[in-house]
Design a protein around this ligand. Structure first.
Ligand SMILES: [Zn+2]
Length: 241
């Protein structure tokens, strides 16, 4: 059975300001839709399970401070999230504090790494990249009392050979921003399903079903080819602040 790995960024009160913002109202609708599809906890720290047997992860990038509320909204429904945290940026204005990350872990959520500095991995010297991989595991296992199995490269940017390097550091799962459903064994660089300010309730259901993805991916490629790789990169940098 495949796995659907949803990707959220900020969960905002009021209106969405950035492309990746999802409002609290929309987020709660998504969670209730997931419950209607039979989403439930199965094993601690493992994937949630949908009624059709597929695995499900609800992931959050960047450790913005609104993720404390996201955690509570999940807990209220008996669900858990996968919080991917730039470990060197905790406690900055607008980000979760180390204590909040410990709290999320204690409530049963899974904590993973989203780099140390949140700098992109694909333009980094190998020694810097090793630090970006090793330090988050040390910091986050200190905060959670658990091994850190998950990594999401900032911006989803994966330099060649990343999978092997990451495995050597002890990570087991690597979530990217490539659109798609992940395989049964969760090996390799895992595709995901990004949820954005543009995701309508219908769009959310389609996304989850793996439909509409090809269309979205095509649209993305088209925008990329029209505006050019450099501008696309700059835009992406802004989205992922
Ligand atoms: Zn990020």
């Amino acid at each position: 059975m495949t796995h659907a790995i949803l990707v959220y960024h900020r969960i905002v009160e009021g209106a969405a300001e950035r492309f990746h913002d999802v409002t609290v109202t929309a987020f709660e609708q998504h969670l209730d839709r997931l419950l209607a599809l039979g989403a439930r906890r199965e094993t601690p720290y493992g994937p949630l399970r949908l009624g059709d047997g597929r695995g499900l992860f609800i992931s959050f990038d960047d450790a913005t401070d609104d993720h404390a509320l996201a955690g509570r909204l999940l807990e209220r429904r008996g669900l858990t999230g996968l919080f991917l945290v730039p470990a060197g940026r905790l406690g900055e204005p607008g980000r979760l504090t180390p204590a909040q990350v410990s709290g999320l872990a204690a409530a049963g959520h899974v904590i993973g790494a989203h780099g140390l500095s949140h700098e992109r991995f694909d333009r980094m010297a190998p020694t810097d990249l090793d630090r970006e991989l090793s330090q988050p595991r040390a910091i986050l296992s200190g905060l959670t009392g658990r091994e850190i199995d998950w990594l999401a490269p900032p911006g989803g940017l994966c330099p060649p050979g990343l999978a092997d390097r990451v495995a050597a550091h002890g990570y087991r799962f690597v979530r990217t921003m490539r659109w798609g459903l992940a395989g049964a064994d969760l090996s390799g660089l895992l595709p995901a399903l990004p949820v954005t300010s543009r995701t309508t309730p219908d769009g959310f259901s389609r996304l989850l079903a793996g439909k509409g993805m090809i269309r979205l991916a095509r649209a993305k490629d088209m925008v990329k080819s029209v505006m050019g790789e450099t501008l696309w990169d700059a835009l992406r940098e802004r989205w992922r602040r």
